[in-house]
Ligand binder design. Structure first.
Ligand code: GLN
Ligand code: ZN
Length: 756
């Protein structure tokens, strides 16, 4: 048995690449210093894998920002506006990733999108009509040879032609079809150059094959690979898929002269059945993705070995692999000094997954693995009761009935009552929750966490900030106020820390995009709320004003989607537990006279399954009811808001309306407002606040600009249903631009009110 790793994290165990890159961006180090940091990280990563006995180690899985952007650059897909900046190759690359402002020009970054069903974001390559797609880059070969000179034979990785074409945005008149031939030649050249460089195995990643494929897609796939594979001689090609199963293309895949095919046995629900039903050719190697590359729980050896044995019995030549790149898990448990081993023994980050691969390799080759110590230790983890069970949570969930998912009276009725009770003007103005998190706000929180200041000092400081924030909002005339969220580090971490059932790590960073990493909490056990979390802050803020103070919570779907989930209970059960905990908070806020409560579902769309046919049954059917469970218990005149970060929900509008919130705010200023047309077509009932300005930039929108945006919105939305607010929370903004922008926003709303 041999082992393979699809890809390794690259940011560094202590985020060395992040810090070096940021220094380079601030011009504190030279490009050479940055290149050296990168080189030494690659060396560490290869050696770590080699020392764990991994047989197939990847190269070119390193990236300064993103591997899709790397692939675009490899094939000369660089929009003219970046070329025209006349920067070095490295700086052109960073200009595409992050935008550029300098003497040679002022360009925005390329768009960023979520990488399949993960929290990682990739850069969307742009193909212009005059883009000449061809092999121009050397990164893949340089890194392959760099590893070789360290005595490590690697399999270079590249994003495949089918996936690349699916991810590119074609900005001119030409479409994907116009570029297929060029792409084929480019990849043929790549394979040829691999031959020249004596590469033994090339790994071509094609995650797009796990999405729904129609006949045109299959034709495209076949055309591309029939040509590319025709020139292959000594270099073996591994076609690697992940994030699901390849049910639409399996038969074609196994009939092509690939030397290896990588399949995901973790997320690919049908993978095993496909192999069973259609068989697997004896002249190929199956790279079986059995060690989860996305979650942090220990592998269940007994189950994995059963599958491996079964494949062996079928005569299939199998390599044991991760299910996807290890990019999606943290590096190592070594830096976790605070978590008890009773917890840690259940987890496996990237380094520990290497150990799992090598232990499993030995076990798979043993005739009597049941008696091996590694096997028995692993088995114990799954047979002994983990301390994660809470009877009260289970009882409560069992007693939830259909009526707990339904808020009465119907929304139309509620909206009428709320207009009277809340007495808001037309086009009510509000914000999404957070106000600028200045250095002192962060310093106050971290001093409290470190025990440097007392709880009283911490609270007093925040109260002062809240008072300032409320005063400012009153002065400029906002209608529904917020307290500013100064006490929150992150919208999920804050609630996770307050709820029972969550664990937190110290250094378990996972790359989210570029130099940005997140530290997702781990859902360890049944989730429950011990005591009120936000009530004191909201009540204090309300006590300072006669205006309406909005309570601010994070919804169950977002809390789950931004955490590492359990694997011993269903996602549905986990979400429902969190929903009940948030429901308690909603009811407590209401009891304490908070009349408007916002339950953010920033990440609702994120975990929508990759195949449309799975959307309802595998996600929306429980995610949407879970949201309803949080608020179905409130009175008719308590107004429930929700907020989503992306406006990309055109395809699930009925589901969003079905959340049964009274008001939804969402990002809209950067989109073409297409969403508003779709809302109208669907007779969307929820009142809406499409963001009137972009909070991701320090730019201050003019009154006129906002008035224009509102005019446009009014062509699609009934005036009774339109709210006026920014795109998202203001926490990453500075104070001066925030104040000016909000003043202009309130001015614009006043102008519009006079017009109607
Ligand atoms: N209420 C949160 C805030 O304002 C929402 C953040 C988000 O949508 N990502 O910060
Ligand atoms: Zn948002």
């Amino acid at each position: 048995m041999k082992t393979s790793v699809i890809g390794y994290p690259r940011i560094g165990t202590l985020r060395e690449l992040k810090f070096a890159s940021e220094k380079y961006f601030r011009k504190e180090i030279t490009s050479n210093e940055l290149l050296n940091t990168a080189k030494s990280l690659r060396e560490i990563h290869w050696n770590t894998q080699k020392n764990s006995g991994i047989d197939f180690i990847s190269s070119n899985d390193f990236s300064f920002y993103d591997m899709t952007l790397d692939t675009a650059v490899l094939f000369n897909i660089i929009p003219n506006r970046y070329r025209e900046l006349n920067l070095s190759n490295l700086d052109t690359y960073f200009a595409m990733a992050r935008g550029f402002q300098g003497v040679s020009g002022d360009v925005k970054a390329l768009a960023m999108k979520k990488w399949f069903n993960t929290n990682y974001h990739y850069i969307v390559p742009e193909v212009e009509d005059d883009t000449e797609i061809k092999l121009v880059g050397n990164k893949l070969f340089d890194e392959y040879n760099e590893a070789k000179s360290l005595g490590i034979e690697t399999k270079p990785v590249v994003i495949g032609p089918y996936t690349l074409l699916k991810l590119c945005r074609f900005t001119g008149n030409k479409t994907c079809e116009n570029f297929v031939d060029a792409v084929i030649i480019a990849y043929k050249d790549l394979v040829a150059k691999c031959e020249e460089n004596d590469v033994k195995w090339l790994q071509i990643d094609e995650p797009s094959l796990v999405k729904d494929m129609i006949s045109d897609d299959l034709a495209l796939f076949n055309k591309i690979y029939d040509e590319i594979l025709s020139i292959k001689e000594n270099c073996k090609v591994l076609l690697q898929t992940y994030f699901g199963d390849v049910r639409d293309v399996y038969a074609d895949l196994v009939n092509k002269p690939f030397d290896g095919i990588g399949l995901d046995f973790i997320e690919g629900k049908e993978t095993y059945n496909l192999v069973n039903k259609f068989g697997f050719p004896s002249d190929k190697v199956l790279f079986a993705g059995l060690v989860n590359g996305k979650n942090i729980w220990k592998n269940h050896y007994e189950k994995t070995l059963e599958t491996l044995n079964d494949l062996k019995n079928k005569g299939i030549n199998t390599v044991l692999s991760t299910s996807c790149s290890l990019l999606h898990v943290p590096y190592t448990l070594k830096h976790e000094t605070k978590l008890d081993t009773k917890y840690l023994s259940h987890f496996s980050f990237a380094e520990e997954k290497l150990v799992e691969l090598s232990e499993l390799k030995v076990l798979a080759d043993s005739n009597d693995y049941g008696n091996e110590e590694t096997f028995r230790n692993n088995k114990k983890l799954f047979t002994e009761q983990r301390d994660c069970f809470n009877q009260a949570v289970h009882d409560r969930l069992c007693n939830v009935t259909d009526k707990d998912y339904t808020r009465l009276p119907a929304r139309i009725e509620r909206q009428k009552l709320q207009k009277v009770e809340l007495n808001l003007p037309l086009f009510p103005t509000t914000t999404i929750g957070s106000f600028p998190q200045t250095k002192e706000v962060k310093a106050n929180r971290s001093a409290y966490k470190k025990g440097e200041i007392s709880k009283k000092e911490y609270v007093e400081f925040n109260k002062k900030k809240i008072a300032e924030c409320v005063k400012f909002q009153e002065e400029i005339g906002l209608d529904v106020l917020v307290h500013g969220e100064y006490e929150r580090n992150d919208m999920v971490e804050y609630f996770g820390e307050a709820l029972g059932g969550f664990l937190f790590t110290e250094k378990a960073w996972v790359q989210s995009y570029g130099t940005r990493c997140v530290k997702p909490p781990i859902i360890w056990g049944d989730v429950y709320r011990e005591k009120p979390i936000t009530v004191d802050w909201s009540v204090y803020a309300q006590s300072l004003t006669k205006k309406i103070m909005k309570g601010m919570l994070t919804g169950p779907v977002t809390i789950l989607n931004w955490s590492f989930p359990r694997e011993d209970i269903s996602i549905k059960d986990s979400i429902s537990q969190i929903a009940l905990a948030i429901r308690d908070e909603v009811l407590d806020l209401e009891k304490n006279e908070i009349k408007v409560i916002q339950i953010d579902e920033a990440a609702l769309r994120e975990k929508l399954p990759l195949r449309k046919s799975d959307w309802q049954k595998e996600y929306l059917d429980f995610a949407i009811p879970a949201f309803r469970l949080t608020h179905s218990g409130v009175k008719a005149d308590t107004q429930i808001h929700t907020h989503m970060c992306y406006s990309e929900f055109t395809d699930i509008i009925p589901a969003i309306d079905d959340m049964d919130a009274d008001v939804i705010t969402f990002e809209a200023s950067r989109s073409d407002l297409q969403i508003l047309t779709s809302l109208k077509e669907h007779n969307f009932e929820t009142e809406v606040g499409p963001g009137v300005y972009d909070i991701h930039s320090p730019r201050v929108p003019s009154v006129e600009e906002i008035v224009n945006a509102l005019h446009l919105m009014l062509t699609k939305i009934e005036k009774e249903n339109l709210w006026v607010n920014p795109d998202c929370g203001l926490k990453t903004r500075g104070i001066p631009e925030t104040e000016k922008s909000l003043q202009n926003m309130v001015e614009a709303a006043k102008i519009i009110r006079k017009e109607v």
